[in-house]
Write a protein that binds this ligand. Structure first.
Ligand code: ZN
Length: 215
């Protein structure tokens, strides 16, 4: 298996609607296996095909549970260990909270926007349908952080990144940080030594995020 380069904000593939998968070929199966490997190495809890340069409607996830967000859930609803792949997904959403976003429990990051984290208001429940890598239909009712992962990855398939869903002060802060980072596409490879000047940018953004937190 191969660790794939992860595309960075600015690469057109991240900002374009991905295409349906018309046939699950050996190439698709290899892509999925490599995406899982890449996600684990990154590490990330989800990865969408456009993030590895493939404009196809596929994403993978790997969430073992335990995010603090899930502590808000009734015990019987807390998700257990969960990982998988979905091809040509649909996502049905329920229960968007009617309140301000909570930076203590709703921070998101994205492997295509290294060094940044901002809180996003998301639906509490999501029903994911589509097929697995064998072409068999799947249906998963997700709550809590898993539902959030599904929303984040599904957005990727429509060319939307989480920073485009920020509101208020968070939108402003992200705009300033992204102007400073000056992301212009390119890629990074999980597990490889990072090339200049990206680490410097990431360090600077992290320092900046810490300063903002202290305020
Ligand atoms: Zn992402």
């Amino acid at each position: 298996m191969t660790i794939l380069p992860i595309r960075i904000w600015g690469d057109p593939v991240l900002h374009t609607r991905a295409h349906e998968v018309t046939e699950i070929t050996d190439e698709i199966r290899t892509l999925v296996a490599n995406m899982i490997e890449t996600m684990k190495e990154a590490p990330g809890v989800g990865l969408a095909a456009p993030q590895v340069g493939e404009g196809l409607r596929i994403f993978v996830w790997n969430y073992e549970g335990g995010h603090q967000w899930d502590r808000r859930l009734p015990v019987e609803e807390r998700p257990g260990p969960s990982h998988g792949v979905v091809i040509n997904p649909d996502l049905e959403l329920f229960d968007l909270p009617d309140r301000e976003v909570d930076p203590a429990t709703e921070m998101e990051g994205c492997l295509s926007l290294p060094g940044l984290q901002y809180p996003v208001l998301r639906y509490q429940k999501a029903v994911l349908t589509g097929t697995d890598v064998e072409g068999q239909p799947i249906r998963i009712e997700a709550v809590g952080w898993l539902a959030r992962i599904f929303q984040h990855e599904y957005d990727h398939l429509n060319g939307t990144l989480y920073v485009q869903r920020l509101t208020g002060q968070w939108e402003e802060r992200a705009r300033a940080a992204m102007a400073e980072a000056d992301f212009q596409g390119g890629h990074w490879v999980p597990g490889e030594e990072e090339e200049e000047p990206r680490p410097r940018i990431v360090r600077r953004l992290r320092d900046r995020a810490r300063q903002l937190k202290r305020r």
